[in-house]
Design a protein around this ligand. Sequence first.
Ligand SMILES: Cc1cc2nc3c(=O)[nH]c(=O)nc-3n(C[C@H](O)[C@H](O)[C@H](O)COP(=O)(O)OP(=O)(O)OC[C@H]3O[C@@H](n4cnc5c(N)ncnc54)[C@H](O)[C@@H]3O)c2cc1C
Length: 231
Amino acid sequence: MTAPAGGWTTGTIIEIDHPTDRLVRLRLHVDDRVDHMPGQHYVVRLRAPDGYTAQRSYSVASDPDDPLLELMVECLPGGEVSGFLHDIAEVGDVLELRGPIGGWFVWEGDVPAVCLAGGSGVVPVVAMTRYARRLGLHDLLRVVAVGRTWSELPYAAELQRYGAFLALTRENLGDRVAAPPYPAEMETLVHGAERAYICGSVGFASYATRLLQESGMRADAIRVEQFGESG
Ligand SMILES: Cc1cc2nc3c(=O)[nH]c(=O)nc-3n(C[C@H](O)[C@H](O)[C@H](O)COP(=O)(O)OP(=O)(O)OC[C@H]3O[C@@H](n4cnc5c(N)ncnc54)[C@H](O)[C@@H]3O)c2cc1C
């Protein structure tokens, strides 16, 4: 199936909350919405009264069946767009949006897959897990989520509740001492997976690619989405 692609439209903020002091979760009603596939993203464009614009990409966290589009944004220090969405945006605001976008980093529930996501890189993986749960495909999807601490990892409780393996690097979690995931922890998760999805910062993506290959994943089966700087 070809991934759907949408053009420019507008979205109205229906709900907004701050799960932690660095995160903002937005739920939007999108006009003429094109159904997305899990893993796709939207571009958000902000426009100043003088015509200056800034646009950034944000992955969709919601299941395609959800009537609202959910985004989870990490507020970066000095971040132009994330700072606006975190500090200023409010219910009723209308945002310019383009999407859904992306045909490579999507999971249709067609193959057994393993996801390795770091920090806000969990967002598209959350859409995949929600989709898998709704369709009863959860056995096909294994998720490893890596964060510095529990409170800094978006959707930590939801991911853990639905069987993801969580690795915190700066905080112990139960019996697991703070550390990135080890190849030995990955091997059973990788076993039988026909595809891998990696999502996170540029540094995380290169670390995760090495880790998955050391754990037995074929290089040509790995799909990567990097949340690097975007202009
Ligand atoms: C396909 C895709 C999907 C994405 N999905 C999400 C998502 O779901 N949630 C989310 O929070 N972000 C996501 N991002 C990142 C997002 O697009 C922005 O890069 C991020 O919000 C920073 O934008 P800003 O305008 O706030 O910061 P800027 O004003 O662009 O930069 C502020 C400071 O942060 C640094 N910086 C910029 N971008 C990053 C980054 N990504 N990581 C670390 N430092 C950075 C800059 O060097 C600068 O010092 C995604 C990126 C891509 C390409």
